[in-house]
Ligand binder design. Structure first.
Ligand code: CP
Length: 303
């Protein structure tokens, strides 16, 4: 039995197979419409979500399976003090696979340790969000044709941004990748990621102004400053509008640069950018369904 807790749980070769499967699902959805008949996914979400939870549920329904779960810790027995370990033991009696989001780093790992069914980390605190990374990678691969040779700028909350941490981990295994980290001092990328890049000899630089570097980028990954990760409102208010990508800034970028964002967006991408052909963030959401369908099939061992 396999789980997905960290994007590195899959080898590059396994990811290639997964993305090939996701692309086939995109082209031939009818072939997959009954593959999970009789199977159930449990979506156990202790933190708010629109995309990830509904994307998993849509993925399972598209495969002919069914869905159980909760979308709020307050409506589950966590509110009575039940541990994640006990909850997953119970969920293992009901479902064939579980996608779990939790505000605490490591919660999905704890769940996997006590589970009798595959557990998918749907986001654990500020740590990892591997299925967002699979979504991001499938989007890049589908729109650019490959996953190597890119200069990628990651902009915004690089400290608490789990999507950023997962994506760097995953892309650091591909050739010729260069990272440019664009953040205010307070939201800098964590030191452990910098150490990992240094150990692997992967080039990176840190800058504060988006305008100074946007012209160098093949991919721009925008992120939201996350109110829920701040300890005080004052810091959040000071930093929340630090970056706003608008038409003027986008005019400094290459014509074939892609703008990605895990969403939800607040102010960091102006709505005037949405119609630009480089804006890929709503296409990302669609790719998220295909890759989650492929992941469910893979973890359940269904050909
Ligand atoms: N990208 C993402 O995780 O969005 P949700 O919080 O809406 O699931």
């Amino acid at each position: 039995m396999r789980h997905l807790i960290n994007p590195l749980d899959f080898t590059v070769e396994e990811l290639d197979k997964l993305f090939d499967l996701a692309s086939d699902i995109e082209k031939n959805p009818e072939k997959y419409a009954k593959k999970c008949a009789g199977k159930k996914i449990a979506t156990c979400f202790y933190e708010p979500s629109t995309r990830t939870r509904l994307s998993f549920e849509t993925a399972m329904l598209n495969l002919g399976g069914s869905v159980i779960g909760f979308s709020d810790a307050g409506s589950s027995s966590a509110s009575k003090g039940e541990s994640v370990a006990d909850t997953i033991r119970v969920i293992s009696c009901f479902a064939d696979i579980c996608a779990m989001r939790h505000p605490k780093e490591g919660a999905a790992t704890v769940a996997a340790t006590h589970s009798r069914i595959p557990v998918i980390n749907a986001g654990d605190g500020g740590h990892q969000h591997p299925t967002q990374t699979l979504t991001d990678m499938l989007t890049i691969r589908s729109m650019k044709g490959h996953l190597s040779g890119f200069t990628i700028g990651l902009c915004g909350d690089l400290k608490f941004g789990r999507t950023v941490h997962s994506l760097i981990n995953a892309l650091s295994r591909y050739d010729d990748i260069k990272f440019i980290f664009i953040s205010p001092e307070e939201l800098r990328i964590p030191d452990y990621i910098i150490e990992m890049l240094k150990d692997k000899g992967i080039p990176y630089k840190e800058v504060i102004k988006l305008e100074d570097t946007i012209g160098e980028l093949d991919l721009l990954y925008m992120t939201r400053v996350q109110r829920e990760r701040f300890f005080n409102e004052e810091d959040y208010v000071r930093l929340k509008d630090f970056y706003i990508l608008d038409k003027a800034k986008l005019s400094l970028a290459r014509k074939d640069m892609l703008v990605l964002h895990p969403l939800p967006r607040v102010n960091e991408i102006s709505v005037e950018v949405d119609d630009d052909p480089r804006a890929a963030y709503f296409k990302q959401v669609q790719y998220g369904v295909y890759v989650r369908m492929a992941l469910i099939l893979t973890l359940l061992g269904i050909e």
